[in-house]
Design a protein around this ligand. Structure first.
Ligand SMILES: [Zn+2]
Length: 282
């Protein structure tokens, strides 16, 4: 995963003018003795969903360099889903993580505990709850899963988002993925130093699926190969050349460059911004 800073600002004002009307409409549907009517909310979302999220998508595609916010594969115009970080109409937990079938797209043995039929409905039309993801991460793995540190005694209620601690990394969040996710030279992912956030992020989005490992392998192997040569390089120019190669591999627009950055930061103890500051811009 790549840390991307703030969500895009471009497109937000035009979006807000339409979204506020939807948010008000949902509030009206939700207040039935204070209990959200999830059926009505889902109906509203269904009928109003397509157009506004189609408007949002290009801005997030640009901000995310056309990469899935969770697994960092490159997206095409037709493959990106506008995903809700906090699920809009249900909250599930993973019971059995399952595994990828050989034909890649389908998941075998994954089961959920479908805890609540209503989700973070009031964030359905919230810009700060969006990212684009590949359909595999979104539909086949994450679905309505949203792990938090606290125990849930009921469905989410308005305001929960400011007091709960998410255990799913947000590419637009403040947590650095390098503190939570680690990769080996085969492209395998695991939680870094037993990070609970790392573990939950991997499980929620299926980031340890074989097709992703295989997609990451070449870059992971090359990053480790370069880092191994670093301490033994006998001239300053050789060192600079290796660092330049690593900087190039970690360019934000490349698939799995967040992984390259994590490998570099965890192996050297340097931050990526220190590496960028130490050399010519690429
Ligand atoms: Zn993905």
């Amino acid at each position: 995963m790549m840390q991307l800073g703030q969500r895009p600002q471009a497109g937000k004002i035009a979006y807000e003018s339409k979204a506020s009307e939807h948010r008000e409409a949902l509030k009206g549907l939700a207040l039935d003795d204070g209990i959200p009517d999830s059926k009505k909310i889902n109906e509203y979302i269904k009928t109003k969903r397509n157009q506004i999220w189609g408007d949002v998508k290009p801005f997030f595609m640009v901000a995310q360099q056309r990469k899935c916010g969770f697994c960092e594969v490159k997206l095409t115009e037709s493959t990106g889903d506008v995903e809700h970080y906090r699920p809009k109409n249900a909250v599930w937990t993973v019971r059995n993580p399952g595994s990828e079938r050989e034909e890649l797209v389908n998941v075998r043995g994954r089961t959920y505990s479908k805890d609540f039929e209503s989700g973070y409905w009031w964030l359905t039309y919230s810009w700060d709850n969006y990212l684009v993801s590949c359909p595999t991460c979104n539909q086949k793995w994450k679905s309505a899963v949203f792990p938090i540190a606290q125990a849930r005694s009921g469905p989410p209620v308005v305001g929960d988002e400011s007091s709960e601690t998410p255990l799913l990394l947000d590419p637009f969040g403040t947590e650095s993925p390098s503190n939570h996710l680690a990769f080996d030279a085969l492209g395998q992912i695991e939680s870094y130093q037993n990070s609970v956030i790392g573990m939950n992020t991997i499980e929620t989005c299926g980031l340890d699926r074989e097709s992703l490992r295989s997609d990451r392998q070449e870059k992971a192997a090359r990053a480790y190969w370069l880092l191994k040569r670093l301490p033994t390089s006998d001239t300053e120019s050789k060192t600079q050349e290796i660092l330049q190669d690593i900087r190039e591999m970690g360019r934000i627009e490349y698939a799995h460059s967040g992984m390259v950055r994590s490998i570099f930061e965890q192996s050297t103890g340097m931050s990526w911004s220190q590496l960028e500051a130490a050399g010519p811009s690429v």
